[in-house]
Design a protein around this ligand. Structure first.
Ligand code: TUI
Length: 311
């Protein structure tokens, strides 16, 4: 089956892997692309040399299209925005901000631009600015989140911009049932992050991976309300400490001390006391670690059966 998303991305399936900062690198992205989805390498706030290297490794690991996610709160977003042009990346997704200032140069370079949007207003603005598709991300997602849910946000964004560009749904999708559900809301593609944390090719520390597999429906917590930057993670000693500090309105420097570098501590060190394990609300449904090819195949097979579409 071909649709506006598969044509835009040049992929077999309308399935994108979430551009998870510090997590999504060439091993994961190439595995998803080789499985027929759209793998994505996350720029996060990584140094430019790291991202260049990951893009080049990914080109060696797959001949299929893959993309890069630019996290717009990163202090080096500007230089990473140029790197994707220099490296001839097929498409860019963006997160945690408005990418409007970069859209013209990406379009000029022939890069497809697919921003994550948490609201109808931003979707409309970015489609006007030239976005090729938008990712409507509900608050079920892991990491930095907006307020609206996938169920409510996707049809509203479809109604607002779906006649101009395809809408990709994200947040709370980890199997064929979720993919079929967002299809019914009008999405023409889906982005999946958390399910790929528990994949063989994902290089996060095994403590983090095991925490995703062990997580129940209630093992989830939003931190960062206090700082105005809400972030969804797996409940842990780290999130409990943060919650205590938020309750007691601790001074900003105490938050800074606990949160700076916390994602690296989870991903690289597997440190559950000081590490922030970003993870979506759907983790309770994920009970095993599988190769990306099996994850992608089973999602597409089940979604196809439910929707009566031959993906
Ligand atoms: O970006 C994400 N998820 C992320 S980014 C990240 S790393 C990070 N670290 C510290 C602070 C912040 C981020 C971890 N998880 N998802 C996509 C996403 N984008 N969710 C929400 C948004 C968003 C929010 C506001 C997109 C645009 C936006 O625009 C505001 C504006 O300027 O209009």
């Amino acid at each position: 089956m071909e649709n506006r998303v598969t044509k835009l991305l040049g992929t077999r399936y309308p399935l994108l892997q979430g551009g998870m900062a510090w997590i999504a690198e060439s091993s994961l992205a190439s595995a998803v692309s080789n499985a027929g989805g759209a793998g994505i390498i996350a720029g996060g706030n990584a140094p430019i040399d790291y991202l260049r290297n990951e893009i080049r490794k990914c080109k060696e690991l797959t001949d299929k299209p893959f993309g890069v996610n630019i996290m717009l709160m990163s202090p080096n977003a500007e230089e990473l925005s140029q790197l994707v042009i220099d490296e001839g990346v097929a498409f860019v997704t963006t997160g945690a901000g408005n990418p409007g200032q970069y859209v013209p140069k990406w379009k000029e370079a022939g890069i497809k631009v697919i921003p994550v949007v948490p609201s109808v207003a931003l979707a409309k603005r970015l489609v006007k600015a030239g976005a090729d598709a938008v990712i409507a991300e509900g608050t079920e997602s892991g990491g930095h989140i907006g307020q609206n849910t996938t169920m409510c946000l996707v049809p509203q964004i479809v109604d607002a911009v779906g006649d101009q560009v395809p809408v990709i749904a994200a947040g709370g999708i980890a199997d064929g049932r979720g993919a079929a559900a967002v299809w019914m809301l009008g999405a023409e593609g889906f982005q999946i992050g958390t399910r790929f944390l528990a994949s063989e090719e994902c290089r996060i520390h095994e403590n983090y991976k095991n925490a995703v597999v062990k997580a129940k429906d209630t093992d989830n917590q939003i931190t960062g309300f206090y700082s105005g930057s809400p972030c969804r993670c797996i409940k842990s000693r780290y999130t409990k400490k943060l919650q205590e500090m938020e309750k007691n309105a601790a001074p900003p420097e105490d938050f800074e001390a606990l949160t700076v570098g916390s994602l690296r501590k989870a991903v690289v060190d597997g440190n559950l006391d000081e590490g922030s394990m970003l993870c979506g609300l759907i983790a309770g449904m994920i009970n095993d670690i599988k190769p990306c090819s099996e994850i992608v195949e089973s999602i597409m097979k089940d979604a196809g059966r439910l929707l009566n579409i031959d993906f």
